[in-house]
Design a protein around this ligand. Structure first.
Ligand code: AMP
Ligand code: GLY
Length: 424
């Protein structure tokens, strides 16, 4: 199978590295890719949102399957377009991807099918939304843009002033465009968060090992929200009892709800869960692999990933026996100074070999460029330094040892990835 992977971040690099282990995978292409991905696949500079360009590329390379990894092209109907062009695809079609691209759709789905989540109301008028928040008088209040907003569409308002400001910027100033035309106002939940990615073809649901992201920029969960500064897998908080409860009350009901709505989901379904005192509840769904969750989950997969990908696309996932390593995995993100705000690009990275790797770790490239034998920064999240070991502590020690050998001007990382999971 020759495969084209759409995307350009750490998630896509992790997917490509795993596909390369598969004996059934032949040539790998990535569009547009990055400097590190170019060491493992042929990168072609087609924009991830360019449907015509992507179809032309798939035809030119005569690939057997297209793996659509990021949320934006999934939400824009990339899979529908490529399937209409005759290509087998990994990833949900546009109607199924709405489980991520519209919070209003996903909240209404959960309400209709009794899937546990925070209580909520939907508003298309900022004054009504603010009235509602004032009437409840309960803070923090959680305000979410309906549409995709590069992971920044959730605002936790601590008081009325912050709520009013959030509604103004989302609904009137439209900082995320039409994504903020409607908002969801929901109840604030408390408890540890855990991510569960699941393989599904709409017929069977196969949860992967759990993981835990660290979304804030700085140690101690301080600073602004980011795309994710590091991950560990599995999460020690996600016990077999909780896993069983999630399977019965959340994972299977979600798959069945999507089928009942005529939107069968095939691909990777991402469950962002909060383990609340009343039991696990859904914080968000994503219609794709998480970034940087993928970096720690896929290295623990023992089954041929190529086989899973093909079976998912063909709807025969029930035939595949999926096995996981008992080891642990940790990933630390090296970011550009200033991220998640503005940051410089083009800084030379030292400590990497000619393949963009470093001793003892797997270096996943998130935002790099390769030029004249050197790697340069080309994004906010630059590298995901990942390590696998028998225990989480060893995996973290290995990952941080790898981090310490890599440098670029302005680089920073969190020093407390995995601390909570280790009970520190
Ligand atoms: P999201 O971008 O949907 O992942 O949300 C960003 C973060 O906001 C989540 O990881 C949670 O930490 C937090 N969050 C979202 N919804 C709620 C909620 N209802 N209660 C408390 N925290 C929330
Ligand atoms: N790491 C969070 C996400 O991929 O949405």
């Amino acid at each position: 199978m020759d495969i084209l992977v759409i995307g350009s971040g750490g998630r896509e690099h992790a997917i490509i590295r795993k596909l390369r282990e598969s004996p059934r995978v032949g040539k790998l292409y990535c569009a547009p890719g990055n400097g590190g991905i170019a060491q493992d696949a042929e990168c072609v500079n087609v924009n991830a949102m360019d449907k015509e360009g992507m179809l032309a590329l798939a035809r030119e390379k005569a690939v057997d399957l297209v793996f659509v990894a990021p949320d934006d092209p999934l939400g824009a109907g990339m899979v529908d377009y490529l399937e209409a062009g005759g290509f087998l695809c990994y990833g949900p079609n546009q109607k199924a991807a709405e489980i991520e691209s519209s919070k209003v759709f996903s909240k209404n789905l959960m309400k209709k099918y009794g899937i546990p989540t925070a209580g909520y109301e939907v508003f298309d008028d900022p004054a009504n939304a603010l009235d509602y928040i004032k009437r409840l008088g309960k803070y923090p209040a959680v305000i979410k843009a309906d549409g995709l907003a590069v992971g920044k569409g959730v605002i936790i308002a601590q008081n009325e002033g912050e709520a009013a400001q959030a509604l103004r910027s989302l609904m009137e100033e439209k900082i995320f465009g039409d994504s903020g035309s409607r908002v969801v106002v929901e109840e604030f939940l408390t408890g540890p968060e855990v991510t569960v990615l699941a393989f599904t073809d709409g017929k069977v649901m196969r949860p992967m090992v759990s993981s835990m992201d660290h979304k804030r920029a700085f140690d101690g969960d301080k600073g602004p929200n980011t795309g994710g500064m590091g991950t560990i897998a599995p999460s020690p908080l996600y016990t077999p009892e909780i896993a069983k409860e999630c399977m019965e009350k959340i994972f299977m009901p979600t798959m069945e709800a999507m089928n009942a709505e005529g939107r069968p989901f095939k691909g990777c379904l991402y469950f962002g869960l909060m383990l609340t005192p009343e039991g696990p509840k859904v914080i968000e769904f994503n219609s794709r692999f998480g970034d940087p969750e993928t970096q720690v989950v896929l290295p623990l997969l023992e089954t041929d990933f190529g086989e899973i990908v093909e079976a998912t696309a063909r709807g025969t996932l029930a035939d595949v026996d999926i096995r996981w390593s008992k080891e642990a995995c940790a990933c630390v993100i090296l970011a550009s100074g200033g991220y998640p705000g503005s940051y410089p690009k083009g800084k030379e990275i030292t400590g990497l070999d000619e393949k963009g790797q470093a001793p003892g770790v797997m270096v996943i490239h998130a935002g790099t460029k390769y030029e004249d034998g050197k790697f340069y920064t080309n994004g906010g999240r630059v590298l995901a330094v990942t390590a696998k070991a028998p225990t989480l502590k060893e995996a973290l020690d290995k990952a941080y040892a790898g981090v310490d050998g890599i440098r670029f001007e302005g680089c920073f990382c969190r020093r407390d990835i995995g601390a909570k999971a280790l009970g520190r």
